[in-house]
Design a protein around this ligand. Structure first.
Ligand code: ARG
Length: 466
């Protein structure tokens, strides 16, 4: 147990906290990461204090200089947090007082609380972090588009229920993994609108008594305006949860392609080869090449979702206003962000270096009678209701299965024995390229549509608002 209480709140306490209490309370080891934002917040706060004449302009300037000096000392390692510092705010106030003296340094705390400070800092972090994620996502989308361009025209089996369904273009499939990430980019952009409000000046919960210019502080810190309700501003962490949700969604969307690549890389599928740079080996089986990059991406999505679930659970049932439980938001969001920032560059590199087995994809694209819908459409064009056509083609498929034939391998007599609508010309009309090119509806798999979506995608990802 410490003798005197050096904490920001020591006045009414006879002794310092027990060691166990201090250990539980401490957050410096993780919230130190927010030090630069805390210093920016302090500088903005000083300007508001001077404008409201709580401190003189001279005091403001002395303290602003002290903040610069402290930032320098942090950069060059001359100032570090100590084991006794309860949190980043305490450590930095100690640092400021060391430089400016306790007469001037002691004035900065008027009109603010760690509650509005931390609520502001976590928003500043999320704003910056969202832009960093956005940059990585754009690089990933660029790699996906690059692959889609490289393999434009190559057919593959499209699946539903993981069974062969209809042939599609590989590029169409790859771009289907791009659009969810475009929506994630849009989510980040939208989230930034909500993040851009400054809680500073809300103080502990009810606001401050000094008439501090909250708009001034907001603008100094890169926010567009102050928050509307000081209790909400200090007591809510929904925006942190929302950011964590977007990070979760990004990683879940990556995990879906990851899962496919794991399957595609097996001997049974033999669709893709991962570059040596993005695979690992086995310590016992010399022949092995493991798709670890995608397995890790898939695995880490669980960790990121876990962080979200943890935070949501923390928030559930919390009464207003600020509660110390809210301190639990930080390690979770830091971990989700750091994890995703590890995954994304590796995933992008893996995609950029993927090699598809062209002949294998092409050959299997019509396996499993995947042109059956096209035969049904052929029958419908003769005026037969689709319901009946469906039945006719069902019989055709059963016949083929029994006799080990493909849909286009029957004799005229065999077709006729099933239905007079199965005219042998269907062999010319129903084929892979017709199946693909005739699906020319909006967003369909025809090369025209796929090229159009590619152009749209390239345009969209070229300009995302910061
Ligand atoms: N470390 C706290 C958090 O992360 C902020 C400090 C507020 N502490 C307090 N005792 N009111 O939420």
């Amino acid at each position: 147990m410490t003798e005197a209480n050096d904490a920001l709140w020591g006045g009414r306490f006879a002794t310092g906290p027990a060691d166990a209490m201090a250990a539980l309370s401490k957050s410096t080891h993780f919230d130190w990461r927010l030090a630069k934002y805390d210093l920016q917040g302090s500088a903005a706060h000083l300007k508001a204090l001077a404008k409201a004449q709580v401190i003189s302009e001279e005091e403001r300037d002395v303290l602003l200089k002290a903040i610069d000096e402290l930032a320098k000392r942090i950069d060059n390692g001359m100032f570090r947090f100590k084991p006794e510092d309860e949190d980043v705010h305490s450590a930095l106030e100690r640092g400021l007082i060391e430089i400016a003296g306790s007469e001037a340094g002691g004035k900065i705390r008027a009109g603010r609380s760690r509650n509005d400070q931390i609520a502001t800092l976590i928003r500043m972090f999320a704003l910056d972090a969202s832009r960093a994620v956005e940059e990585q996502l754009l690089a990933y989308l660029d790699a996906l588009c690059g692959k889609a361009e490289e393999y434009m025209g190559l057919a593959m089996a499209g699946r539903t229920h993981f069974q062969h369904a209809q042939p599609i273009l590989l590029s169409h499939h790859l771009l289907a993994h791009a659009w969810p990430q475009v929506r994630n980019l849009q989510r980040l952009e939208d989230l930034r609108k909500r993040l851009k409000k400054s809680p500073y000046g809300s103080a502990a919960l009810a606001g401050n008594t000094y008439g501090l210019d909250a708009q001034l502080v907001a603008e100094e810190l890169g926010f567009s305006e102050p928050t509307e309700n000081s209790i909400d501003a200090t007591a809510s962490r929904d925006l942190v949860a929302e950011f964590n949700f977007v990070l979760s969604m990004v990683s879940i969307d990556l995990s879906r392609l990851a899962e496919e690549i794991i399957i595609w890389a097996t001997a049974e599928f033999d669709y893709v080869k991962l570059s040596d740079q993005y695979s690992t080996g086995s310590s016992i089986m010399p022949q092995k090449k493991h798709p670890d990059v995608v397995e890790l991406a898939r695995g880490k999505s669980g960790r990121i979702v876990g962080n979200l679930a943890g935070l949501l659970t923390t928030l559930k049932g919390l009464p207003l206003g600020y509660n110390r439980d809210l301190q639990e938001d930080k390690e979770a969001i830091f971990d989700s962000f750091d994890t995703l920032m590890l995954v994304l560059p590796a995933f992008t590199g893996m995609v950029a270096t993927l090699e598809f087995n062209r002949s294998r994809l092409q050959d299997l694209s019509v396996a499993g009678f995947s042109l059956a819908t096209d035969v049904a459409d052929f029958v419908v064009r003769q005026g037969v209701p689709f319901k009946e056509a469906h039945e006719i083609v069902g019989k055709l498929v059963a016949f083929c299965e029994e006799n080990g034939l493909e849909l286009d391998e029957l004799t005229r007599e065999q077709y006729e024995s099933i239905s007079r609508h199965l005219k042998p010309e269907l062999r010319e009309v129903v084929n892979l390229s017709a199946a693909i090119e005739s699906r020319n509806s909006a967003g369909g798999t025809s090369s025209k549509q796929v090229i159009e979506q590619m152009v749209k995608l390239r345009k969209l990802t070229g300009k995302v608002k910061r």
